[in-house]
Design a protein around this ligand. Structure first.
Ligand code: UFG
Length: 350
């Protein structure tokens, strides 16, 4: 049991992580600016906690932007004043749209890199040196070698991916500057999807979603007329793009394990670990599984390839299995069932 600061605690991954950490006896301090999320997520988390008999008072929430260093310092200081010194951090807060990052790189470098730099300075000042960083598979360059292992070339092609790769580099430099003090794990996500099995919390994209799974949900509830499939001529089994979709509950379990490892080992560490399901799924396979799991039809049409897309990507997850003792437990069918449970009952999000 530890006291963990979760930055971006109200976001899609952050909220599921907060819940999982509460379930496993940790105390949580959530920091979020709510720029891309809603405070209402905590009402839903409280409800799940009540249903499960978990003490939801073990979560404290702060509205705070990581760019505001003074406010981040205040959170660390308050936690000391309350005898609840922050022992570790999971850092999710950041911007995540590839498209927006291309149009507005300043903003992405400022928030994703500058925000992380602020956080790291404050952590150092408060002698808090255990960090799990929310990295991304986008940092890998194009490759012909599958599955993609952690030692694959790092060569991001968009500003979003570049900010994630740069933060990893910064974290390595920081670790190397005081290798006996810092423990840092970069978790590189493939495609997180689905929602908590209760259907009470889930992904709540602001505006029109760009990602496949939330779009399929919006087609299922009639909000979007049909799914536009970007390309039918990729060199894949059925011509559509292949990705590695990981159930959000499996993903956050990986964070829990990474933290537990840091707190249990005597030595410090710097690690980069992939989190994915470990195999590829095509767009058509995803659609078929969704239809079967939820007994519905998804109207679809083939469109030209989307700029910036690759034919396929999927993870080598052997390192996560070996080091964290983690492996995904939920299937694509579970992703589709759980994700739709949330989307159908919360068509307007929180
Ligand atoms: N796709 C469609 N139609 C759509 C949306 C997506 O056919 O309307 C296809 C894409 O072409 C791709 C697959 O569905 O083949 C998955 O696309 P997503 O947009 O859901 O996911 P991406 O793999 O393109 O990107 C995601 C996140 C990034 C993250 C990356 C990690 O959006 O932020 O995974 O590798 F960086």
């Amino acid at each position: 049991m530890a006291i963990i600061l979760v930055t971006g605690g109200a976001g899609f991954i952050g909220s599921h992580a907060c819940l999982r950490l509460l379930e496993t006896g940790n105390e949580i301090i959530s920091l979020d600016s709510y720029v891309n999320s809603s405070k209402n997520v905590f009402k839903a988390i409280n409800k799940i906690c009540e249903l499960k008999g978990i003490n939801h008072e073990l979560i404290k929430i702060y509205e705070c932007d990581i760019l505001d260093k003074k406010s981040v310092e205040d959170i660390f200081q308050n936690s000391i004043n309350n005898n609840k010194e922050i022992q570790g951090v999971i850092h999710f807060a950041g911007l995540k749209s590839v498209k927006e990052s291309e149009a507005n790189p300043h903003k992405y470098w400022e928030v994703n890199f500058g925000g992380t730099l602020n956080l790291l300075k404050v952590m150092k000042n408060f002698n808090c040196r255990k960090l799990v960083f929310s990295s991304s598979a986008t940092i890998y360059g194009e490759t012909n070698k599958f599955p993609i292992a952690e030692d694959s070339q790092i060569k991001p092609i968009n500003p979003y991916g570049k900010t994630k790769a740069a933060v990893e580099q910064l974290l390595l430099d920081i670790y190397n500057s005081e290798p006996n003090k810092w423990s840092i794990t970069n978790l590189r996500y493939f495609n997180p999807v689905g929602s908590h099995h209760s259907g009470l919390i889930g992904e709540d994209p602001k505006g029109v979603p760009n990602n496949l799974f939330p779009i399929i949900c919006k087609v299922a509830n009639g909000e979007i007329e049909k799914l536009e499939i970007y390309g039918c001529d990729w060199p894949t089994i059925d011509g559509t793009g292949i990705r590695d979709y990981i159930h959000i509950e499996d993903l956050v379990e990986g964070h829990k394990k990474a933290l537990e490892l840091m707190f249990s080992e005597k030595k410090t560490s710097y690690r980069c670990i992939n989190l994915g399901c470990g195999h590829g799924v095509s767009v058509l396979e995803m659609v078929k599984t969704f239809e079967k799991a939820n007994n519905c039809r998804i109207k679809k049409v083939f469109e030209p390839r989307r700029e910036g897309d690759v034919a396929k990507t999927y993870a080598d997850i052997s390192l996560a299995k070996k080091i964290l003792g983690w492996k995904p437990k939920r299937s694509l069918y579970d992703v589709c069932k759980d994700g739709w449970k949330w989307a159908k009952t919360n068509p307007n999000g929180y």
